[in-house]
Design a protein. Structure first.
Length: 319
């Protein structure tokens, strides 16, 4: 790929984790991060955030034991409240459990051995995903609290986990009225967003012009564009490998279909029985794999590309 082709092929959006970390983890862009936090939390009854400290700025990238970079942000406001913020492009097994673990680890980090629990400050997780985590539930913003099972009153007001799905967000930039709507449009569209829209938003929220300029600045950096390309390719490889994990399902379908075809062929004395059975087995295997991928919240278009089956067949599996 040439330099020009690389520049044209990549649309930078904050929903790419490496782009998110570079922009919102930059100390110079605290205003942008503060605006994003307000956009999520103020509609839930929180007061505007005045000042924040980024505890792991963009220059500090953690690594999981599986050698994958962790692009989240840990933030503290001047009142001591803590925030864990991240974007997630592709779904992964036990993702919700991982978010809960990160929340608990950030909460536990507040105390040294022997300190009293009254020093604990609220901790909030905000996760923006590029897929639908709760595909059978309406809405795109789901907030989880620790509630009593029958009467639904909270055990404490010191925790909340926000999951925001870009896949479930369908407001167009022209119809984006709330601060959160505007941020989510920018997360989805990135540098494809019409500059006239940005200028309109700037009248009330000048931070959007700053965010868009940051995207343009990063897009002009050839080295960073290649980093983004590498990151996108790594995610694509993960999705491709995901489909390979369903080979057992495919093989089971092939074997069942073959056996059914043999039995039918013997009974009818026709070779067509075997051929029909093999075709049925392949179809069973592919649909079984597609069903499992849907249950793991892999987008339908990616399933179609990987397994080479129609979107119509995939949509029928959702029923």
């Amino acid at each position: 790929m040439t330099k020009d082709e690389n520049q044209e092929s990549i649309v930078l959006t904050p929903c790419i984790d490496i782009v998110f970390k570079r922009i919102f983890g930059d100390e110079r862009n605290k205003r942008l991060l503060r605006s994003l936090l307000d956009a999520v939390l103020i509609p839930e009854g929180a007061a505007p955030i005045d000042e924040i400290d980024i505890l792991n700025p963009e220059s500090q990238i953690e690594w999981r034991t599986d050698k994958h970079p962790v692009m989240d942000l840990k933030v503290r406001d001047k009142k001591g409240k803590l925030y864990h913020v991240e974007v997630q492009v592709a779904n992964e097994k036990f993702f919700a459990e991982r978010v809960l673990y990160y929340w608990s680890r950030l909460s536990a980090s507040q105390l040294e051995s022997g300190e009293k629990y009254d020093k604990l400050q609220p901790v909030y997780s905000i996760v923006i995903t590029n897929f639908a985590m709760f595909k059978d539930k309406p809405g795109y913003h789901h907030c989880f609290l620790l509630l009593e099972q029958k009467q639904h009153f909270p055990l404490t007001d010191t925790m909340a986990l926000h999951f925001i799905s870009l896949a479930g967000f369908d407001t167009t930039p022209e119809n984006a009225h709330t601060l959160l709507d505007k941020w989510l449009c920018l997360f989805k569209e990135g540098t494809k967003l019409d500059k006239d829209i940005i200028k309109k938003w700037e009248e009330q929220h000048p931070e959007f012009q700053e965010a868009y300029q940051e995207l343009e600045r990063l897009g002009a950096n050839e080295e960073f564009r290649w980093e983004v390309e590498d990151r996108i390719n790594a995610i694509r490889r993960w999705l491709t490998g995901f489909s390979a994990s369903f080979k057992e399902g495919l093989q089971e379908g092939f074997e069942k279909g073959e056996q059914a075809g043999l039995e039918q062929g013997r009974a009818e004395g026709e070779q067509a029985g075997l051929e029909k059975g093999l075709q049925t087995g392949e179809q069973i295997g592919l649909l079984k794999s597609a069903k499992l991928m849907l249950e793991a919240n892999v987008p339908a278009q990616q399933i179609s590309d990987i397994l080479n089956i129609s979107l119509q067949d995939i949509e029928q599996l959702k029923d």
